[in-house]
Structures are given as C-alpha cells and as structure tokens.
Write a protein that binds this ligand. Structure first.
Ligand SMILES: [Zn+2]
Ligand SMILES: [Zn+2]
Length: 285
C-alpha cells in the first residue's frame, strides 16, 4: 500500500502509512474497563498491558490482522486490574512472555493466582530489547508500586505510550520529546469530574498527583513536547462519566494549533473497539 504523507511540511521526518513497514501501533482498548496497546515492527510484535480478557485481545488483534501467537512479549505498566486482566491467559495458554519491573511483579505475587507467574524482570530506566524492538520503561507518578510508561523504538522511530499518571513530570516530558507517535492519557474534564456523582475521596484520588491526567494537563504537556518530529497523538484512558471525546479532542487540538503544530493529527482510543492503526516509517534518504 502506498504511503500517505500527512503533511507537506519539509521538516516532517516520518510518514503515517497503513502498510507493513516501520513501527506500527494500535490501541486495542483504552479506559477504566481495560487497556491494551499493540506495537509492532515487520518482525516483532508486543503488547503494552493486557487489560482485556484473553478472548477479547485475540478478537481485537484479528480485526487489525494481528495474532496472539505472533506476540513476543506483553509488557505491564503497573498492576492495576485494567492493565493485567488477560495476562495469565496470554502467558499460560499462549506462552507469551510477561515483562514487568520487580515492583509490579511483587505487587501481583502477593495474590495466590499470580504467585507462580514467570516474569522477565526489567529495571525502570534501563532499556531492554524484544526482537528488533527496544523498550525504554520510565517512571510515572501513579498510585501503584512502580508504574511506568514506555518508549518503543525501532529503526530510529519512537512511539511513546503513557497513561495512568497524576501529573506530567520533567522525566515524562523528556521521554516523550522526539517521538513520532504518542499514546497519551487524557482522562477527565476537570469540571465534569468536579460535578460527577462520585465519592469525594475518589475524585481526590483521580485528580491527585498520583492519579490521572486531565484534558487540560494533557494539552499543557502537548504544548511542551510538540515539534516537527511528532506526527500523531492518540488520546487514551478517557473516563466514561467524567469526560467527552469531543472535549478531549478539542483541548488537545487547541493546544497544538496555538503552538503552530497543525501537522500533528489527534485521534481517539476506545473501550469497546480498537483505534485506528498507525504506522511510522523512516524518511527516504
Ligand atoms: Zn488504568
Ligand atoms: Zn492505574
């Protein structure tokens, strides 16, 4: 399939395509009911998180032409249920190797069902490779044992996947610079959260420094990290009752337009279906 340039800007160094080359990414599910992102090169495919049932992961992979049997790793960002639900089925029934840092593995090992899961342990801040992908886990502030975001690199291309963070730290900004694709949390609208019918303590947890990123905070982060390399944003982990897709989109788009970054596409992710499938390829020299 022919590559489709998404901008005439000569500074743009990557092209979003739908063919099989470069670094491909699809968010199979996102939100409090389950998070799972597929990232692949032509030769290697991994999942970031497995927050759907094994059956649903299989179904959604098939909708994008992927397969559980082709997965070479499932990398867990943190131990919350919406990120691990299908992990045991992937590991035990399909023999997909599970990766996490020691904090996440230990948090899960406290439960009998998870005690015997064999882990490949990575160290936060230290890159590791799976096939021809390099994964760089970095710390994010969230109310879990040792939560991380990931940069996935292949052939000079970078995709960032970062959700479940209460605030955008300097480390997060640094990691997300110079990515072509970013999956970014845009969890809630601050007014909808204030007015929604949830216990005050839960609202405090969500808006706390180890909670979830609001639309406005995500937009502020985009203002700081957007540049000519960045091609596409997928907004993720939207709250069902404290956000609206249109509000999240408008907030991100307004921030990018105000910064003059009109080449950057902003898309959504969903709880009940896979997102669009994005692909970055290296520029022709
Ligand atoms: Zn989550
Ligand atoms: Zn979480």
């Amino acid at each position: 399939m022919v590559a489709t340039p998404i901008s005439d800007n000569p500074l743009i160094t990557a092209t979003v395509t739908t063919d099989g080359h470069g670094l491909r990414l699809c968010v199979l599910a996102s939100g409090s009911s389950g998070n799972c992102t597929w990232v692949a090169s032509a030769n290697t495919a991994v999942l970031i998180d497995a927050g759907l049932s094994g059956r649903r992961i299989k179904q959604r992979l098939e909708t994008i032409g992927g397969s559980i049997d082709a997965l070479q790793a499932v990398c867990i960002s943190h131990e919350h249920q919406d990120h691990i639900m299908g992990l045991r089925v992937l590991q035990r029934r399909h023999n997909v190797p599970a990766y996490a840092n020691a904090g996440t593995a230990e948090a899960l090992a406290r439960y009998p069902d998870w005690a015997d899961l064999p882990w490949n342990i990575f160290t936060t801040g230290h890159p590791f490779t799976v096939g021809d992908l390099t994964l760089k886990p970095f710390s994010v502030p969230h109310d879990a044992y040792d939560p991380v975001g990931f940069i996935v690199e292949h052939d000079g291309l970078r995709a960032g996947i970062v959700t479940d963070m209460g605030m955008a730290t300097g480390l997060i900004r640094e990691q997300l610079r110079n990515c072509q694709l970013i999956v970014l949390e845009s969890n809630h609208d601050e007014l909808l959260l204030r007015d929604c019918n949830r216990p005050w303590s839960l609202k405090q947890r969500i808006r706390g420094r180890q909670g979830h990123l609001s639309n406005q905070a995500a937009a502020n982060l985009l203002t700081e990290i957007a540049g000519p390399t960045l091609q596409q944003i997928l907004l993720a982990h939207l709250s069902d009752d404290c956000n609206e897709p249109d509000l999240a989109l408008a907030s991100a788009q307004a921030a990018l337009e105000a910064g003059g970054h009109t080449h950057i596409r902003v898309g959504l992710t969903y709880g009940d279906r896979a997102s669009e499938c994005c692909c970055c390829v290296a520029p022709v020299p």
